[in-house]
Design a protein around this ligand. Structure first.
Ligand code: ZN
Length: 291
């Protein structure tokens, strides 16, 4: 089985062909031809759609794929693969019947799910499939999901909105309208703001940013401990761009956490491949009403 996989974001469309030997074991999924093109969102819906179609066509022509699996930004109805809401990052996507469009254009079984859901599913099933995982994604914002064991359907992944728990009363204004939300302190954007550096690795390597680093650790620890207390996960998985430089900070951070957090924390493994792999795994194992 070969799957043409896409991960559609506001900046890039990532694509890959995923070859499946054992559908049940995500660790056996082989990812090839990974590449990305600009989404060109500023050029509007028709251009985005054309770029998506071109990416899928290229994979099918070159690799002879059997099905299509997509992870996309925006809120997606699990059963139909229709985008029910998308921000301005993907103009024209609100109401876009994405899955139907793929099926009609390429005449292949297709699935479309949300990108954060796909990434959380991938990290869960390549780590501890029988456990309960809280997955935190530190990028521009702070994403969070709870993945529960059992049948893979819309109910097994819950968006926790931990990025918007209030960490600091009267803190920084958040895009949600509140002040002091966690993602204003626990994200790549926060590190850039507080260090005035675009290269966040400097925060962890240069002494003059020691305070920025310690504050970041304190805030991240608060989010992790909140998640552990409220959701009692087996593992707390931390992913996103900040984890791609984990060699600079992970051990230091974990050593500052309480014992409970220390035993449950693990770094995400799949980096920017999590979206396409989660889409592939969901296509093979997910329960959808229509494919
Ligand atoms: Zn907020």
């Amino acid at each position: 089985m070969k799957i043409a996989c896409l991960d559609v974001g506001g900046t890039t469309i990532k694509s890959a062909v995923v070859t499946v030997e054992n559908p049940e074991d995500l660790n056996s999924y082989a990812l090839g031809a990974f590449s990305f093109v600009p989404t060109e969102a500023q050029k509007g819906f028709d251009r985005i759609r054309a770029n998506i179609h071109a990416s899928v066509s290229a994979l099918i022509e070159k690799h002879g794929c059997d099905r299509i699996a997509v992870a996309t930004a925006g809120t997606v109805d699990w059963d139909s693969g229709k985008v029910t809401y998308a921000t301005d990052a993907l103009p024209g996507f609100t109401g876009y019947d994405f899955c139907k469009d793929l099926k009609e254009t390429f005449s292949l079984p297709s699935t479309v799910i949300n990108d954060a859901t796909a990434a959380a599913i991938a990290e869960h099933y390549c780590g501890n499939p029988d456990g309960r995982d809280v997955v935190l994604t530190l990028g521009t914002g702070l994403g969070s999901a709870l993945v529960k064991p059992g049948v893979l359907n819309a109910d097994c992944v819950e968006d926790l909105h931990l990025g918007h728990i209030i960490l600091h009363e009267n803190g920084f204004v958040c895009k949600c309208g509140n002040r002091g939300c966690a993602e204003q302190y626990v994200s790549a954007s926060a590190l850039k703001r507080d260090s005035s550096q675009n290269d966040i690795s400097l925060v962890f390597t240069e002494g003059k940013y020691a305070k920025v680093k310690e504050d970041f650790f304190d805030n991240m620890r608060a989010v992790v401990e909140y998640a552990i207390e409220k959701y009692t996960p087996d593992d707390v998985v931390i992913g996103g761009g900040v984890v791609e430089i984990k060699n600079l900070w992970w051990d230091d951070f974990v050593s500052k956490c309480g014992k409970c957090a220390q035993t449950s924390l693990r770094p995400a493994k799949l980096a920017n491949k999590a979206g396409v792999l989660g889409a592939a795994y969901s296509a093979m194992r997910g329960i959808f009403k229509s494919q």
